[in-house]
Structures are given as C-alpha cells and as structure tokens.
Design a protein around this ligand. Structure first.
Ligand SMILES: Nc1ncnc2c1ncn2[C@@H]1O[C@H](COP(=O)(O)OP(=O)(O)OP(=O)(O)O)[C@@H](O)[C@H]1O
Length: 263
C-alpha cells in the first residue's frame, strides 16, 4: 500500500515541550503513516531528539496530544501504554548498549522486560535478530567495548527489533560511521523496513540517508515542522532554511547524484 494512503500510526498535535523558560517544541504537529520511513531534519539543538523522546514518553510535554498506535498517553491506562510500548523499538544516539552485558544479553534485555520466554528461546530469538542485522554468531558473546562503531549500531538495531516492533525510532543511526558503513546501514534499514513492514521515525543529519531511504522528510525549525514531504518536494521548497539545507554547497553533490543515478 502507498504509505501516503496508510493509516496514521503517530499523530502529534500542537505539542509544546520546554525546559524552564526554554521552549523547544512550540505547537508542533506531525503525522507518521504506517509503512513509511520519515526522516526528521533540523538545525543542531533544534529539538529533533526531544521530539523523539517525548513521543516515546521519556520526556514530559507541557501541552498538546500524542497518539501512537491509537493510544494517547494522557488517557490510556498504565497497562495499555505498556502493551503499546512493546510495539515499538528505539535505537538511541550512540547505540546506548549496556556495557556490562554481552551483545546477546543486550538483545535479550527487552525480552526479559516484556516477555516470559525461556532462556533458550530468548537466546534463539536474539541470535536470529543479530543475524538479521549482519552480526556473526561469533561476536554474540563480546562486550560493547569490543565492538566497532558500525557493529554497535547494528547490535542496537537488533535490540530495537527484539520484540518484533511495528515502529522503529532511530536517533541519528549513521552518525559517527564512515560513508561506506553509513551506506551499508542505510541499505539495512531500508531492507528491514521493506521485509518487516516497519514504520520508521528517523532523526538524521545525514543527507545521503535522507536521499537513500526516506519516503518523506519533515524539517523542524523554531520548534515547528515548517515543511514536510517527499525529497522532491523538499528540493522544490522555497522556505529559506529548507533551501539552504537541501541546496547548500554540502547538499549539491548528493542532490546531483539523486537526480542523475548511475546507470
Ligand atoms: N533533558 C533536558 N534538559 C534540559 N534541556 C534539554 C534536555 N534535553 C534537551 N534539551 C535542550 O533542548 C534543545 C533541543 O535538543 P535536542 O537534543 O532535541 O536537539 P537536536 O535537534 O536533536 O540536536 P542535534 O542535531 O545536535 O542532536 C537543546 O537546546 C537542548 O539543550
């Protein structure tokens, strides 16, 4: 199904989030539709991570509504919200793996929290998830400190997929990776999204990622979404920030490659 026609799985309306007298999100509204990869871009410190963390309930909002998979945290019961939380996975910036747990134990962690599976089954599922993201079985007993940046991201992605989520939140998944590893990671995200039918909410600064994987992009400026749409619409957008971002010097090469794919 064309994601543009799919049901809304994340609906944010008039969201206000702030710290003291610093308003970060100022009556922000945004929809994410089932099956799409939405890229969220914006200036550094503009509130992209705050938006992600507020949607998943890690930060409080001042006002507005957030409905995820039909549940509104303001009105849903604790049990209902916990059941909904099982249906999403999160890859935090830097991976955020537990340093005292092995790769396998990190992936088992959400299962321990939410499911009652035998240890044997947990291990089988964790190993399957690690296989999906391209981590060798030989690396499963390593600790996070022994992993490269790319491997850390892959393990964090495996952990995000542990509970077979419908939505995956990715906070700068390719930051800190060299261009080839970042490109491989983009391909992995796209493949998983297509094979598992995931909805992906991805905060990124990486123009290559936006062009390679996103169905739609939302630009967050001054606490609001000032433009949203497919890449082609963003390239045609006249808003000064969007123009500078997508048509600036840094963007030109990527845009050129997008418009002139190698045959
Ligand atoms: N827990 C917090 N307490 C106080 N201020 C915070 C907190 N979390 C974020 N902020 C502030 O909110 C603003 C937005 O931060 P956020 O991390 O969302 O930016 P970002 O758009 O993700 O930036 P970057 O692209 O650099 O990661 C920043 O000014 C930041 O200092």
């Amino acid at each position: 199904m064309d994601p543009a026609q799919s049901p809304v799985v994340i609906g944010v309306r008039e969201l206000v989030v702030g710290f003291g007298d610093h308003i970060v999100l100022d009556h922000l509204s945004l929809d994410v539709r089932r099956g799409e990869i939405l890229g969220v871009v914006g200036a550094s410190g503009g509130g992209k991570s705050v938006l992600l963390r507020t949607i998943i309930g890690l930060l409080p909002k001042r006002s507005g509504t957030i409905v995820v998979l039909g549940a509104d945290r303001d009105t849903a019961s604790f049990e209902a919200m916990r059941a909904i939380e099982r249906r999403w996975g999160v890859l935090f910036q830097q991976g955020a793996l537990f340093s005292s747990l092995t790769v396998r134990q990190n992936v088992e962690f959400p299962m321990r929290e939410y499911l009652k599976l035998s240890q044997k089954l947990q291990t089988e599922v964790a190993m399957a998830k690690l296989g999906m993201v391209g981590i060798n079985a030989d690396d499963a007993e390593k600790y996070p400190a022994e992993l490269s940046g790319g491997m850390t991201k892959r393990v964090a992605l495996a952990r995000a997929l542990a509970l077979d989520p419908e939505i995956v939140f990715l906070d700068e998944p390719t930051s800190g990776l060299d261009p080839i590893s970042a490109g491989d990671f983009d391909t992995l995200i796209k493949t998983l999204q297509q094979t598992l039918g995931l909805t992906v909410f991805m905060v990124t600064h990486d123009l290559d990622s936006l062009f390679a994987v996103c169905d739609r992009v939302a630009a967050l400026v001054d606490g609001k979404v000032i433009a949203e749409g497919p890449i082609a619409a963003m390239l045609a957008c006249e808003h000064p920030w969007v123009k500078a971002y997508f048509q600036g010097k840094r963007a030109r090469e990527t845009t050129h490659a997008f418009n002139h794919p190698a045959s």
